[in-house]
Design a protein around this ligand. Structure first.
Ligand code: 13P
Length: 271
């Protein structure tokens, strides 16, 4: 098991990758690691995450209050968003927030990543919904993210960026890479022509591979109410099938699903 100092060093390494891959500009982005139920390491606010050393990293409690921070450093202004994910998902040990160019472009245009176009994206992510816009640093973003946190390990933040979380920092970071690669492929294939989508049988085979791999975390295929009811599981729902909090709790009725799908389709048609 890594000691605290090694985790801080790994956070600096991940900061370099996030910055060097252009997933953030200037001082943007933040990430955190859970040490135990009441101790979390997080990146400091207002610094470039590409140039951090272990002394930069802050420690907070489960409410985001500072437990330890060196002079001149304060925890990320988005710590509430991280803490909400940990509160709702006890299986999560690391959270990554970035502004990758293509994923953020989709988030700005209000387009969720739903088209099943390549095996790795379907297996790793399923689809990626968009949590509605919230003012950074307020409870608005945690509240918006909470809707999807039980069914997805990756969420776009409307007009803002992306959020990923997993059992380890490396896995949470890799999920961010996967989101950005998927968004980039989707963008470029739409530029070139009409992306060819997998059919339902192909999607179901990929979902089966995911189950056999025993991958950690949540995936819409596991919680889709259609799949639970023994019907074909949907891919391109991005939460519209009700894979959010209510569905995970098993309380979404058919009428709610129809209303939710209708609302999303009308919104996408600009009606
Ligand atoms: P912090 O530097 O406070 O973590 O904020 C960066 C950011 O990207 C906010 O969305």
């Amino acid at each position: 098991m890594q000691n605290e100092y090694e985790i801080k060093k790994q956070m600096c390494e991940i900061g370099k990758r996030v910055y060097n891959r252009g997933m953030v500009a200037a001082n943007d982005g933040n990430f955190s690691v859970k040490l135990n139920d009441n101790e979390f390491l997080c990146t400091p606010t207002g610094v470039s995450k590409g140039f951090m050393t272990p002394e930069y990293i802050c420690k907070v409690d489960a409410n985001g209050n500072v437990l330890q921070a060196n002079k001149g450093f304060k925890p990320s202004s988005e710590i509430k968003m991280h803490m909400r994910v940990y509160k709702e998902r006890p299986d999560v040990n690391a959270v990554v927030h970035a502004h990758p160019l293509y994923a953020t472009t989709f988030a700005i245009c209000g387009i969720p990543l739903t088209q099943p176009i390549m095996p790795e994206a379907v297996i790793a992510l399923g689809c990626v919904p968009i949590a509605k816009y919230g003012t950074p640093s307020t409870e608005e973003i945690p509240d918006a993210v909470e809707e999807y946190v039980q069914s997805f390990d990756a969420v776009l933040l409307e007009n803002h960026g992306a959020l990923t979380y997993s059992n380890t920092l490396l896995n949470a970071y890799h999920k961010m890479e996967s989101v950005e690669f998927y968004a980039r492929l989707l963008y470029q294939s739409r530029m070139l022509g009409e992306p060819q989508e997998f059919n339902q049988a192909q999607i179901d085979r990929l979902y089966e591979i995911r189950r056999q791999m025993g991958l950690p975390g949540k995936h819409p295929a596991n919680l889709c109410p259609n799949a639970k009811a023994g019907k074909q599981s949907c891919h391109s729902c991005a939460g519209s099938c009700g894979t959010g909090k209510d569905a995970a709790a098993g309380s979404t009725s058919d009428a709610d699903l129809v209303a939710s799908i209708t609302k999303k389709v009308m919104a996408q048609l600009g009606m």
